[in-house]
Design a protein around this ligand. Structure first.
Ligand SMILES: CC(C)(COP(=O)(O)OP(=O)(O)OC[C@H]1O[C@@H](n2cnc3c(N)ncnc32)[C@H](O)[C@@H]1OP(=O)(O)O)[C@@H](O)C(=O)NCCC(=O)NCCS
Length: 155
């Protein structure tokens, strides 16, 4: 999965472990929650993939991919969760590089679609990546309003 992506190929994306991903998850996505709550269902399943984006040695972005069908969606779906980049690197392409790595993995694994529950402020980011809104807005307690977004993968 190691790949140089983004402008000038300077965004190194590689697979990392559940333990490596949790501190950034806690700090960016779940700051009000306990560290225990940064472990998501399926994190340690064999087909789950955690990707990290690196600026040199520094881990600046994370994304996790689970073999999970969207409710009401097609079989062979892959669910994206825990997408985040550090505030001081946003807009520099790390998020897009991570999303690209997830799309590549799901496609190479024979996936039918990539989907996620998107926080409303992130909807524009996912749209840039080709995902479309496929649900009404709903609330995730403690986090806020979301919509389901999905991208059909090439066969
Ligand atoms: C959403 C997030 C991951 C985007 O990461 P990023 O590193 O800023 O993304 P990139 O720099 O790769 O941006 C890719 C493109 O999307 C655009 N973009 C980024 N965030 C956007 C947003 N919130 N709304 C609209 N467009 C956005 C960028 O301008 C860029 O466009 P370009 O291709 O024209 O240059 C980041 O803002 C983040 O971690 N937010 C807080 C956590 C969060 O909400 N995560 C999502 C949970 S569902």
């Amino acid at each position: 999965m190691d790949a140089e992506r983004g402008p000038g190929g300077r965004h190194l994306i590689r697979r990392i472990s559940t333990e490596e991903i949790r501190p950034l998850r806690h700090r960016i996505l779940r700051p009000g929650q306990t560290y225990e709550e940064t472990l998501y269902p399926g994190d340690d399943l064999a087909d789950t993939v955690h990707l990290g984006a690196f600026d040199g040695e520094r881990l600046v972005g994370i994304a996790s991919l689970y073999r999970e069908d969207r409710p009401g969606g097609p079989a062979a779906g892959w669910r994206l969760r825990g997408m985040a980049t550090d505030a001081d690197v946003r807009g520099a392409g790390y998020g897009a590089a991570l999303l690209g790595g997830c799309i590549e993995h799901a496609t190479a694994s024979g996936g039918s679609e990539l989907w996620c529950n998107a926080r409303m402020p992130a909807v524009g980011f996912y749209r840039r990546g080709g995902l479309e809104v496929v649900s009404e807005e709903f609330d995730v307690p403690g986090i806020g309003p979301h919509v389901v977004m999905a991208l059909t993968l090439p066969a």
